[in-house]
Design a protein around this ligand. Structure first.
Ligand SMILES: Cc1cc2nc3c(=O)[nH]c(=O)nc-3n(C[C@H](O)[C@H](O)[C@H](O)COP(=O)(O)OP(=O)(O)OC[C@H]3O[C@@H](n4cnc5c(N)ncnc54)[C@H](O)[C@@H]3O)c2cc1C
Length: 405
C-alpha cells in the first residue's frame, strides 16, 4: 500500500516536488497537497508579467488539473493547514477533517514584510505576493492612483514597472544608495536606475520611510529626512519572511526559516521542508532555482535513492522592469580578485567579470545577458579560463572560436 505523504503549500516548490517524485517514486506515496490559495499552483515569478499586462493570469498555471489527477494527487486548495500533531502524525486543516501522514513536507513559502511604521495599517497599503495582490494593484493602476513602492530590490522594481505600464504614476523608494544592492555593483545599479527612470518611474535612493499619512486611507508618505510624497497607495516590497508558524507551534526547530539538514529533513524525523520556508546551512533562499534543486534532492531521498543537497550557487537572471539583468557569484570582487569591465551607458549595457585564481568567480550583466548561462556554468564548474580570458568578455561564440584556433 502507498505511504501517505502530505505536502503543505501548493506553490512552486510543492509542484516541482510532485513532478520529481512522479519520476523517481511513482506509486510509492499517496500524495495529498494542501494549499491555502484558491487555485491550482502557478508560476509566481510570472506575476510581474501579469501585472505588466504581458501575460494573462490564466496562462501562468504550472500544470493543468488533469496533470495532478493523472499522478493520483489529492489536491486541497483554498484550505489552510492549521496544526501539525507530530505525535499522532496528523495535519489539521481549517474547517475540515485531518489528514494522517507518514511523511510530511512543509512548502509554505514566505510572506511579504510590512514595515513597522505609523500608518502601515491604513487602507491603501498593500503587498505583492499572489494573484489577489495583482488584481488589487491592477485596479489601482486602472484608477490612475498615485503609488509609492517601498523597496528597490527585485520585487519593488517589478511592482513599480508593472504599475507604471498599467498606467499609474509611480515613485520607487529605496533605503540604500543603489538599487538591487544584493545583486549589483554601483555602476550596474546606476545604469539600471537610469533605464528604470526612462520608463517614467521616479526613483528616490537613501529614502527611509518614517510614516504613512492619512485619516483612514493613504494620503502620502513621509521620509526620515522630512521629504513628503503625495500618494493614494503604498506597496511594501521590502523583503520577505519565511512562513514558519505552523512548524514552530508543532515544536519543529526553526530559526529564520525551518531548519533542515542535507536531505531537507527538519529536526523531526519524517518531516521535511523545502523552498522559501526552509533554512539550509543558515541560508533561506528567496529564489526559485534553489527550491527546484531542493525538490530534486528530496524526491530522490524519499525514493530511497540517496543524494545530498549541498546548497545552491545563487544567480539572478531576469528582466527587471523590462531590463535584462544577470548577477552571480562574487559580483563585487573580493580582495586579490581582478575585474574586467565593459560599460556603454548610452546603449544601456554593462558587463563585469570577476576573476580569482585563474577562474571566473562572479559576473554582473545589465542590458545584454545573452551569455549569462555560459558565465554561470564557468562559475559553477570553476574551470580555468586562461585560454579564453582575452575574449570571454565578448561572449561565448568568440571565446570558443579563439580557443579552438
Ligand atoms: C512577484 C514575484 C516575482 C518573483 N520573481 C522571481 C524571479 O524572477 N526569479 C526567482 O528566482 N524568484 C522570483 N520570485 C520568488 C519565487 O516566486 C519564490 O522563490 C518561489 O515561489 C518559492 O516557492 P515556494 O513553493 O517555496 O513558495 P510559494 O510559491 O510562495 O508557495 C507557498 C504556498 O504555500 C501556501 N501556504 C503557506 N502557509 C500555508 C498553510 N498553513 N496552509 C496551506 N497553504 C499554505 C502559500 O499560500 C503559497 O501558496 C518572485 C516572487 C514574486 C512574489
Amino acid at each position: 500500500m502507498s505511504e501517505p505523504l502530505v505536502i503543505v503549500g501548493n506553490g512552486m516548490a510543492a509542484a516541482r516536488l510532485v513532478d520529481e517524485l512522479a519520476k523517481v517514486a511513482l506509486g510509492r506515496y499517496a500524495i495529498a497537497v494542501v494549499g491555502d490559495e484558491p487555485r491550482l499552483a502557478y508560476n509566481r515569478v510570472l506575476l510581474s508579467s501579469v501585472l505588466a499586462g504581458e501575460t494573462a493570469s490564466h496562462d501562468i498555471e504550472l500544470r493543468p488539473a488533469s496533470w495532478w489527477r493523472d499522478r493520483g494527487v489529492t489536491l486541497k486548495y483554498g484550505c489552510v493547514a492549521t496544526e501539525i500533531d507530530v505525535g499522532r502524525r496528523e495535519l489539521k486543516i481549517a474547517n475540515e477533517e485531518s489528514l494522517v501522514f507518514s511523511k510530511l513536507v512543509l512548502a509554505t513559502g514566505s510572506s511579504p514584510l510590512r514595515l513597522n511604521v505609523p500608518g502601515a495599517e491604513l487602507a491603501g497599503v498593500h503587498t505583492f505576493r499572489d494573484t489577489r495582490d495583482v488584481d488589487l494593484l491592477l485596479t489601482l493602476a486602472a484608477q490612475k492612483k498615485r503609488v509609492v513602492v517601498v523597496g528597490g530590490g527585485l520585487l519593488g522594481l517589478e511592482a513599480a514597472y508593472g504599475l507604471a505600464r498599467a498606467g499609474a504614476p509611480v515613485t520607487l523608494l529605496h533605503l540604500m544608495d543603489r538599487l538591487m544592492e544584493r545583486q549589483l555593483d554601483s555602476p550596474a545599479a546606476a545604469l539600471l536606475k537610469s533605464l528604470v527612470e526612462r520608463k517614467g518611474i521616479t526613483v528616490l535612493l537613501g529614502a527611509n520611510t518614517a510614516r504613512i499619512h492619512g485619516e483612514r486611507c493613504v494620503e502620502g508618505i513621509e521620509l526620515a529626512d522630512g521629504r513628503l510624497i503625495e500618494a493614494d497607495a503604498v506597496i511594501f516590497a521590502a523583503g520577505i519572511r519565511p512562513n514558519v508558524a505552523l512548524a514552530k507551534e508543532a515544536g519543529i526547530p526553526v530559526n529564520r526559516g525551518i531548519v533542515v539538514d542535507d536531505v531537507l529533513q527538519t529536526g523531526v524525523p519524517g518531516i521535511f521542508a523545502l523552498g522559501e520556508c526552509a533554512e539550509h546551512r543558515g541560508i533561506c533562499y528567496g529564489l526559485v532555482e534553489p527550491a527546484y534543486e531542493q525538490a530534486r534532492v528530496l524526491a530522490r531521498h524519499l525514493a530511497g535513492r540517496g543524494g545530498d543537497y549541498a546548497g545552491s550557487v545563487v544567480a539572478t537572471n531576469l528582466k527587471v522592469s523590462g531590463v535584462s539583468v544577470f548577477s552571480a557569484g562574487d559580483f563585487i570582487g573580493a580582495e586579490r580578485s581582478e575585474s574586467i569591465v565593459l560599460s556603454d551607458v548610452r546603449h544601456g549595457t554593462y558587463k563585469k567579470l570577476v576573476i580569482a585564481d585563474g577562474r571566473l568567480t562572479g559576473a554582473v550583466l545589465v542590458g545584454d545577458t545573452g551569455d549569462a548561462l555560459w558565465y554561470l556554468e564557468l562559475i559553477r564548474k570553476r574551470e580555468p579560463i586562461a585560454a579564453i580570458r582575452r575574449d570571454m568578455m565578448f561572449g561565448r561564440a568568440l571565446a570558443i572560436t579563439t580557443k579552438a584556433a
